[in-house]
Design a protein around this ligand. Structure first.
Ligand code: PLP
Length: 233
């Protein structure tokens, strides 16, 4: 199947999942995760109407953005940085992306805000929450989400959009839903504390349906669009 056909299929699955759970299908956005795939794959997806692309590795992402731009200067894409953020890489991230999904430390937040170029709108950010307990190294603990949100929300170079999670893989639907429900509850807690947000970045190829059931507004899909990744390249 072509990338165009895969995107059509993913969008249909998203629409069906939304309808099944009483949600407006237009309230769920598709982020195409293009890590390890070439600029040509991004262009094929863009020609099927895809606008938002997610990347995890900074140098790969910047090279790809430049390659896409030189091949197709007519395309206006929205790039999301979804990987872990090292503090010595904040400047290029602040310069080259519209969104960051995995913010989990105050120090990184302050650097991104300071380094966001003045001529760009504030960087859209999601706080990554560790919804799977001790096993996972990244993400802020659920009990610390509010404190971090209170800091981030006043930084001038950032726009706090919501929360993001990467739960431990689970096979059955009900187990997949639990961490997503927790993320939704944490977002509700922020709203009640006077910090309303509009984004839940949750759901990947294997658990997209459960994420949409629990209120995902951005699903981050790689494999179902581009195929299996080969890290040897
Ligand atoms: C790679 C990646 C994805 C996409 O995963 P698939 O299972 O290929 O859909 C989504 N989110 C993050 C943070 C990723 O690193």
């Amino acid at each position: 199947m072509s990338i165009a056909e895969n995107i059509t299929k993913v969008r249909q699955t998203m629409d069906r999942a939304a309808a099944e759970h009483g949600r407006d299908p237009t309230s769920v956005r598709l982020l195409a995760v293009s890590k390890t795939f070439a600029a040509e794959a991004v262009i094929q997806a863009a020609d099927s109407g895809q606008i938002a692309f997610g990347e995890n590795y900074l140098q790969e992402a910047i090279d790809k953005q430049q390659a896409v731009h030189s091949l197709r200067p007519d395309l206006s894409l929205e790039w999301h940085f979804i990987g872990p953020i090292q503090s010595n890489k904040t400047r290029p991230i602040a310069e080259h992306f519209a969104w960051v999904h995995a913010l989990d430390r105050e120090k990184i937040a302050r650097r991104l805000s300071e380094q966001r170029p003045q001529d760009l709108p504030p960087l859209n950010v999601c706080l990554q929450v560790n919804v799977s307990g001790e096993d996972s190294k990244s993400g802020v603990a659920p009990a610390e989400v509010l404190a971090l949100a209170q800091v981030v929300t006043i930084l001038p170079g950032l726009s706090l959009r919501g929360l993001m999670a990467i739960p431990e893989p689970a096979d059955d639907f009900e187990s997949q839903r639990k961490p997503f429900a927790l993320l939704r509850a944490l977002q509700q807690q922020l709203t009640e504390a006077g910090i309303p947000t509009d984004t839940l970045s949750m759901g990947m190829s294997a658990d997209m349906h459960a994420a949409i059931a629990e209120g995902a507004t951005i699903v981050r899909i790689g494999t179902s669009i581009f195929g299996k990744r080969d890290y040897a390249n």
